[in-house]
Design a binder for this molecule. Structure first.
Ligand SMILES: Cc1cc2nc3c(=O)[nH]c(=O)nc-3n(C[C@H](O)[C@H](O)[C@H](O)COP(=O)(O)OP(=O)(O)OC[C@H]3O[C@@H](n4cnc5c(N)ncnc54)[C@H](O)[C@@H]3O)c2cc1C
Length: 459
């Protein structure tokens, strides 16, 4: 690409955070709406820069304290679509919500989606996000055929499994540190309806939950469990599994089959203000979990879920992150390899029960294989937990890190706000390969973030 004389847009000085609202950081934020403007931001100044999509990473991945941030949400055009192959070409600022709005009525759904649809595709590739179908379909990268990456020189490189493949595997899961993803090609999934045909299974403890995941593994393409972190003893880890496949027309009741791709969105209530710190204490969390367990009595073999309640229960309360109060919260997501999963889960759940910190929302999921150099998933079980920021929390999470590490597991960078550099190094064995690819594309380390400095990712 030739250099243009377009100048960078004026930045706005802003206080930013991730979805967890912890930590806060100050930056100059640029919001280009053309590639030439973005190129001027990347090359016009050698100080540190990081891309930001919808800001749904929980911690400091899309933060760059006292440095520059480039917001990609205006580069959000859909460019072409081939209905016979499902291949979609679009800019990185397009969100999963926009994909669903446009394509679900036409019989296509994103191949992988995280638990919120309010994320950009650029941010989703950079975190190599996983969804409820990871055990069967792996993460988003498996469905991306190529992307165009603007590297530190301002040059744009096409990256795929065949072309610049080292950079492809360093960028998926690379948390924006190899450059800015401009455009990508993604294979959408063909679906017959906007409904899922599945079941809810109540599992009385950790062993029953693992047994239910293993038993239903080949039957259901999508699976996830809500797990009660407050129950103990023989009910430790009691869970409710949500399982499903996109429903074919012959599985739908007649009233739904008449309009199978309808996507009428639900009304989204707002959390009107920050909840006071005392609102979420161990008693309210315990009560909430007991109600969920009681409500999800085992249903008949088949349940039809609409796409929105199955994939995005949290999106129905728009700014639910405010329930944790002004100090914010930390999401802790870890994964263990198969051999360490059962013992690891029990150990972490027991530590949470002992600490009295009960996680309000806790999710358990089985993972499959993974390829990106810094991608989070590995075959085994993953647990995601939310903890309001409170005295002693960071020390407590360090003890969880040690438990996860000793069984060969790791913590997810897109959720992290506090892990130590030493722990990160021990958890991500492909770091040196990733560093080699990063240093070719970004020899001066122009792309850096609060996360990359905290974890000393380039040292
Ligand atoms: C309610 C909720 C549920 C979630 N559930 C899941 C889940 O099930 N599975 C899962 O994997 N994740 C999940 N996440 C995390 C989320 O999917 C990821 O953090 C994702 O990266 C957010 O995308 P974003 O557009 O908001 O990116 P941001 O948060 O803005 O940025 C995330 C990272 O991507 C980089 N980035 C952003 N845009 C670009 C670009 N164009 N080029 C290069 N780098 C870029 C940033 O530098 C940063 O490192 C969840 C988050 C929330 C809030």
């Amino acid at each position: 690409m030739t250099t243009t004389s377009t100048s960078a847009p004026h930045p706005r000085h802003a206080l930013l955070s991730g979805w967890g609202r912890y930590p806060l950081s100050e930056s100059d934020v640029y919001r280009p709406d053309r590639i030439a403007e973005l190129q001027a931001v990347v090359t016009g100044n050698s100080s540190s820069l990081i891309a930001r999509g919808a800001g749904r990473a929980y911690g400091d991945a899309a933060l760059n304290d006292q440095n520059r941030v480039v917001d990609l949400t205006r580069l959000n055009r859909m460019l072409s679509f081939d209905a016979s192959s499902g291949l979609l070409r679009c800019e990185a600022g397009v969100t999963i919500a926009e994909l669903i709005d446009v394509f679900l009525p036409r019989g296509f759904f994103p191949p992988v989606t995280p638990g919120t649809r309010f994320v950009t595709l650029g941010g989703s590739v950079a975190a190599d996000v996983h969804g409820k179908n990871h055990h069967r379909d792996s993460s988003l990268a498996s469905h991306v055929t190529w992307f165009d990456l603007m590297i530190a020189s301002g040059e744009v490189l096409r990256c795929s499994r065949e072309e610049n493949s080292d950079l492809f595997w360093a960028t998926v899961g690379g948390m924006g540190l190899t450059g800015v993803i401009l455009e990508l090609e993604l294979r959408m999934r063909r679906v017959e309806s906007a409904y899922l045909d599945g079941e809810l299974i109540r599992a009385g403890n950790v062993d029953a939950a693992i047994e239910a995941f293993e038993r239903t593994d080949s039957q259901y393409g999508y699976s996830v469990a809500w797990i009660d972190c407050n129950s103990g003893k023989s009910a430790l880890g009691r869970s409710v599994l949500n399982l499903g496949n996109f429903a074919t027309l012959d599985r739908l009741p007649r009233n739904l089959a008449q309009n199978p791709l309808s996507t009428t969105p639900k009304l989204s209530p707002l959390v009107p203000f920050d909840f006071p710190g005392f609102a979420l204490n161990s008693l309210s969390v315990r009560a909430f979990n007991a109600v969920i367990w009681a409500l999800n009595r085992e249903k008949a073999a088949h349940t039809i879920f609409d796409w929105e309640s199955f994939f995005y229960p949290l999106d129905s309360i728009r700014n639910w992150n405010r329930i944790y109060g002004r100090r914010g919260f930390v999401q802790y997501q870890c994964v263990w390899p198969p051999a360490g999963s059962r013992a690891g889960l029990i150990e972490v759940l027991e530590a949470i029960a002992r600490s009295g910190r009960g996680s309000f929302l806790a999710v358990l999921k089985k993972f499959g294989a993974q390829e990106g150099l810094l991608s989070f998933p590995m075959p085994g079980y993953t647990l995601a937990l939310d903890f309001p920021v409170a005295d002693g929390l960071l020390e407590f999470l360090d003890t969880l890190d040690a438990m996860v590490l000793k069984r060969g597991g790791r913590v997810y960078l897109a959720k992290d706000a506090r892990m130590s550099s030493e722990t990160f190094r021990a958890m991500y064995p492909n770091l040196s390969k990733w560093q080699a690819a990063k240093s070719v594309a970004d020899p001066g380390n122009r792309f850096s973030s609060s996360l990359s400095r905290r974890l000393r990712m380039t040292e």
